[in-house]
Design a protein around this ligand. Structure first.
Ligand SMILES: NC(=O)c1ccc[n+]([C@@H]2O[C@H](COP(=O)([O-])OP(=O)(O)OC[C@H]3O[C@@H](n4cnc5c(N)ncnc54)[C@H](O)[C@@H]3O)[C@@H](O)[C@H]2O)c1
Ligand SMILES: O=C(O)C(=O)C[C@]1(C(=O)O)C=C[C@H](O)C=C1
Length: 291
């Protein structure tokens, strides 16, 4: 049981964490801060936070758990803003979609207290952002990836595992390098492709007409294209090297299809589609049973 959660970034992910902790009876008080005062106010009006803080530093005052849930490029300034009130007893976590950049930001800004920070990435989310969409059950049954460093304190790591487990998550640990390479392939590239596809259609003179005819296949493929521009700008840039590698691999795969349709090679085309179809049919999302 925690006394006080300091929530920095009262949006979809942070708000959902606050609601989940409250629902599980794991926190007495949530003090929140978001960059825009109207967001912090809305978070309190919605019951996501109990107290509005005028700064990140004041939100952390008296907290025993801190969640940083801001776009990844805002992580370093957030660490710098709170560093004077960080203690070695505090559990500090983030929810950023990239990990190497966030860890380096923590190392630079937190210095002696870097060990209190447990880098975390929940594999849960939505294409809609903001505190209005916060959901107490967002994390239930989902994976959470922790990427502790050589300096992460064992007590803090154990507390982090316990909190996410109590919220019904399946906890996995890996290196930040393995994390960023993996999520470039299965999250960052798919988002970029969805953005690019939307733009490629809307950029055509007939684009609006084509879109008016689209059905469930298009809806499923492009759901994530509606995601928040600032959040995704930061993710794509933070993980640019791994993402560029995945773009090259994808381009080869697309080119193989392009060549086969140009050649009218129906046998080879069926084989390529068959590989994809089998792999997708065999794939299930890793999740934890919630009963
Ligand atoms: N959306 C998803 O599906 C998803 C999934 C997993 C992880 N994440 C990660 O979660 C983090 C938050 O994303 P979100 O979807 O909750 O976005 P969001 O836009 O819903 O929430 C972000 C909040 O941070 C606030 N903010 C921005 N800069 C700030 C600053 N400097 N100081 C304080 N507050 C600031 C914004 O006002 C907003 O309230 C990102 O790092 C993202 O990579 C998102
Ligand atoms: O469900 C969605 O809308 C998501 O995009 C969730 C999703 C993903 O699966 O790619 C997005 C970003 C993450 O950091 C983790 C999860």
């Amino acid at each position: 049981m925690f006394e006080q959660l300091a929530l920095i970034g009262c949006g979809l992910m942070g708000g959902s964490f606050a609601l989940a902790l409250k629902k599980a009876g794991l926190v007495k008080r949530v003090v929140g801060y978001s960059k825009s005062p109207s967001t912090t106010e809305r978070a309190r009006a919605l019951g996501v936070i109990d107290v509005e803080a005028p700064s990140a530093l004041l939100a952390v005052s008296g907290a025993d758990i801190v969640l940083i849930a801001v776009p990844v490029a805002a992580t370093e300034s957030t660490f710098r803003a709170i560093k004077h009130l960080v203690t070695s007893q505090m559990l500090i976590m983030d929810v950023g979609s990239t990990k190497r950049d966030v860890i380096e930001a923590g190392r630079r800004a937190l210095r002696d207290h870097f060990g209190s920070f447990v880098p975390a990435h929940p594999i849960a989310g939505k294409e809609v952002s903001g505190v209005e969409n916060a959901d107490a059950d967002l994390y239930t049954g989902r994976q959470i990836i922790l990427t502790p460093t050589e300096r992460t304190l064992t007590t803090q790591l154990q507390k982090a595992v316990a909190v996410w487990t109590a919220l019904g998550c399946q906890v996995q640990q890996m290196s930040p390098e393995q994390h960023d390479a993996s999520f470039a392939a299965v999250s960052h590239l798919p988002h970029m492709l969805a953005f690019a596809l939307m733009n490629s259609i809307t950029g055509q003179s007939q684009g609006a007409d084509y879109l008016s005819l689209a059905g469930p296949g298009f809806r499923d493929f492009t759901r994530i294209a509606a995601s928040d521009p600032k959040v995704w700008r930061d993710i794509l840039l933070a993980n640019r090297e791994e993402l560029q590698t995945q773009v090259r691999v994808f381009r080869d795969s697309l080119q193989a299809f392009e060549q086969l349709i140009a050649q009218g090679d129906n046998q080879a085309l069926e084989t390529l589609i068959g590989q994809a179809s089998q792999a997708r049919a065999a794939w299930t999302m890793t999740s934890k049973p919630t009963h």
